[in-house]
Ligand binder design. Structure first.
Ligand code: NAP
Length: 258
C-alpha cells in the first residue's frame, strides 16, 4: 500500500529526522513547515537517497493555509494515509509575567495546528476506513511544570484530544497514536539551560517513534525512566508535588521546555 505521510514541523529536529526515516522505509512524505528553504534542502536529500518527498510551506496555525496545503498534497501525492502532527513551539510562560498572547501563540501551533490538520484528514480516512493519526505530545503534558503553563496546557490538551478520538475511532480503520517524548537533542532543547535528564540523541529518539508508529501503539512515552517517573508523579499528592517543584522553580530560569 502506498503511504502518503504528512509530517508537520519537518524543517528541523524530530520532524526532519522522521521524514528521513519514514521516507527510507518507503513512505512518500509531504514536508510541512514555514521555512521553505530548509524543507527544500531536506526534500533534495531524501530524493537523492531514493525516497519521495514534496514540500508544502505552511503555518499550521492558519487553518485556510492548512486546507490549501492539504488539498495540494492530495492532488499531487494521493489520499493522505498518515498524519504526523509534530509541529510545535516551546516558550517560557512564567506566572509572574503571565501573558495571554504568548500562551495563545503556543496553543495556536501546538494544539489548534493539530486540530486543523485532523479536521482535514479524518473525513477522508474514515471514508476509506484506513488511516493513522500520530500526534507528538510530550511528557510535559502529564502534570504542570513551573514556567511552562502554556506549553504544558498545549500538550495536556493534545493528549486529551487524541485519547478521546482514539477511543471513538477504535471500531474504525483509523488508528491514533500519541507520542510523548522526554528530552531529545533538537534546536528546541538547545536553548534550555536547566538539566535535561535522560536526553536522547535525535536519531535514537526518532527510531523509537517510527517503531511505535509501525506497531500502531496507542501511546508511547519515552525514555522509560523519565516516563515512569512522570506517570508516577500523577499519583503524588499536590502538597508533595508542589514542594518538590517549588525548589526547582526558585532555582531555574523558566525553560523552553520539552
Ligand atoms: N525536543 C524535545 O525534547 C521534545 C520533547 C517532547 C516533545 N517535543 C515535541 O516535538 C515536536 C518537535 O519538536 P523539536 O524538538 O523537533 O523542535 P524544533 O527542532 O524546534 O522543530 C519544530 C518544528 O515545528 C515547526 N513549526 C513551528 N511553528 C510552526 C508553525 N506555526 N507552522 C508550521 N510549522 C511550525 C518548525 O518549522 P518552521 O519554523 O520552519 O515553521 C520546526 O520544523 C514539538 O511538538 C515538540 O513540542 C520535543
Amino acid at each position: 500500500m502506498n503511504h502518503v505521510t504528512v509530517i508537520t514541523g519537518a524543517s528541523s529536529g524530530i520532524g526532519a529526522e522522521l521524514a528521513r526515516q519514514l521516507a527510507s522505509a518507503g513512505h512518500s512524505v509531504a514536508l510541512l513547515a514555514r521555512r521553505e528553504v530548509a524543507l527544500k534542502r531536506l526534500a533534495e536529500e531524501i530524493t537523492q537517497a531514493g525516497g519521495h518527498a514534496e514540500v508544502f510551506s505552511v503555518d499550521v496555525s492558519d487553518q485556510d493555509a492548512v486546507v490549501d496545503a492539504m488539498d495540494k498534497i492530495e492532488t499531487q501525492m494521493g489520499p493522505i494515509t498518515t498524519l504526523v502532527a509534530n509541529a510545535g513551539i516551546g516558550d517560557s510562560t512564567p506566572a509572574k509575567k503571565f501573558n495571554s498572547d504568548k500562551v495563545e501563540r503556543i496553543i495556536r501551533v501546538n494544539l489548534l495546528g493539530v486540530i486543523y490538520c485532523i479536521d482535514y484528514v479524518l473525513p477522508g480516512m474514515l471514508e476509506r476506513d484506513h488511516g493513522h493519526i500520530v500526534g507528538i505530545g510530550s511528557l510535559a503534558g502529564y502534570r504542570g511544570l513551573p514556567g511552562s503553563a502554556g506549553y504544558c496546557a498545549s500538550k495536556a490538551g493534545l493528549a486529551a484530544l487524541l485519547e478521546s478520538l482514539r477511543i471513538e475511532l477504535q471500531t474504525t480503520g483509523v488508528a491514533v497514536t500519541t507520542i510523548c517524548p522526554g528530552f531529545v537533542k533538537t534546536p528546541l532543547t538547545e536553548r534550555n539551560h536547566h538539566p535535561m535528564p535522560f536526553i536522547l540523541e535525535l536519531d535514537d529518539a526518532t527510531r523509537r517513534i517510527v517503531k511505535a508508529m509501525d506497531k500502531k501503539r496507542t501511546e508511547y512515552a519515552f525514555p522509560w525512566p523519565l516516563a515512569f517517573t512522570v506517570k508516577l508523579a500523577r499519583f503524588v499528592p499536590n502538597w508533595i508535588y508542589d514542594r518538590i517543584l517549588r525548589n526547582q522553580s526558585a532555582q531555574k530560569e523558566p525553560s523552553k521546555t520539552n
